[in-house]
Design a protein around this ligand. Structure first.
Ligand SMILES: C[S@@+](CC[C@H](N)C(=O)[O-])C[C@H]1O[C@@H](n2cnc3c(N)ncnc32)[C@H](O)[C@@H]1O
Length: 304
């Protein structure tokens, strides 16, 4: 396998754009057209379906039946890490009974673009009765989707660390395709643990794939030395490369008790064998099973 660090053009290009992302994050986001769901053109109905699926998935993981969701959510306060460009899952959480959702991001992704308003309209169109009224109440002017989110219901916060700074405020912390991007894994799990109330739950879907940053082997993005990876990507929110074991250790280190961990996608053993001799230092001592896991659901709770 050709050493990847020899790809000097790629290193130069990625490092220069990383610098741009550091000094002008909003401009970089606009330039790259990031939504949080990739850059492909998606149909409005597909995006709305994605958020409905995401909402359902959280409760499937929590083993809460669809009919029990309103009772389970009633009066609860939630924290979502990394909602992407439209906090549609938070809107559904409020519609079905939650009191408030804090949405915290490291990047200013939120856009009430025509497309995102159309996505929200579709979601509202699928609601009725008190759920619809609650969803309409998420906006500064009741039912006016363009007026912006009312922070009493959906509070969108952006800061450089992506951390909430909340203390024992949240009954549930959730995220999808976010924890593989966070810049400080231990700090994020510590933030999660301190944001949760004593009987709180955390539910996260983590995608450990390369996000298109591999070359010949789906795992060869783990070959770049850590310093070079940071030089090229530290301000772009690309994968932090930490494997499942690092997440589980960080969660337990923060005082969370893991109640369910489920692998969602696996690597080909031949790819693991081929990449192993070239792995960067942080990954050299890990067992094969850690490379086999390319995604997982994690459910955790605060320790009694
Ligand atoms: C792949 S997107 C997923 C968006 C959304 N959860 C979804 O499923 O469509 C990753 C999100 O995580 C955010 N993010 C990256 N680093 C973060 C951090 N340290 N803390 C919080 N959010 C972060 C990104 O800005 C983006 O909104």
């Amino acid at each position: 396998m050709k050493p990847l660090w020899m790809d000097l053009t790629r290193v130069a290009h990625a490092s220069a754009s990383n610098l741009l992302a550091a000094v002008a994050p909003s401009y970089y986001l606009r330039l790259t057209g990031q939504t949080g769901r990739g850059r492909a053109e998606e149909r409005t109905s597909d995006v709305a379906d994605y958020f409905l699926r995401s909402f359902d998935d959280y409760f499937r993981q929590l083993e809460v039946a669809a009919t029990d969701i309103p009772a389970w959510l009633a009066g609860k306060t939630l924290l979502e890490y990394g909602p992407g460009d439209v906090p549609a899952v938070a809107l559904l959480m409020i519609a079905y009974g939650a009191e408030k959702v804090w949405c915290v991001d490291r990047f200013p992704m939120l856009r009430l673009s025509e497309k995102n308003v159309a996505v929200l309209e579709l979601l509202l169109g699928g609601l009725s009765g008190s759920a619809l009224q609650r969803a309409r109440g998420c906006f500064l002017r009741h039912g006016d989707l363009r007026s912006g989110f009312d922070p009493a219901r959906i509070e969108y916060r952006v800061n450089a660390s992506g951390l909430s700074g909340l203390r024992q405020c949240a009954d549930m912390v959730y995220s999808r395709a976010v924890l593989e991007h966070v810049n400080d894994l231990q700090a994020t799990y510590a933030d999660m643990a301190s944001a949760l109330k004593p009987a709180g739950v955390a539910v996260h879907l983590v995608d450990l794939k390369s996000h298109g940053l591999h070359k010949d082997n789906p795992l060869d993005f783990l070959v770049w030395p850590e310093w070079l990876w940071r030089l090229m990507f530290s301000h772009k929110g690309v994968p932090n490369r930490w494997r499942r074991i690092h997440h589980l250790q960080a969660a337990e280190g923060a005082g969370l008790k893991l109640t369910n961990v489920q692998t969602t996608s696996t690597a080909d053993p031949a790819d693991i064998r081929r990449v192993r001799p070239a792995l960067a230092k942080p990954f050299q001592d890990l067992a094969d099973q850690e490379f086999a896991c390319l995604g997982f659901w994690m459910v955790a709770e605060t320790r009694a």
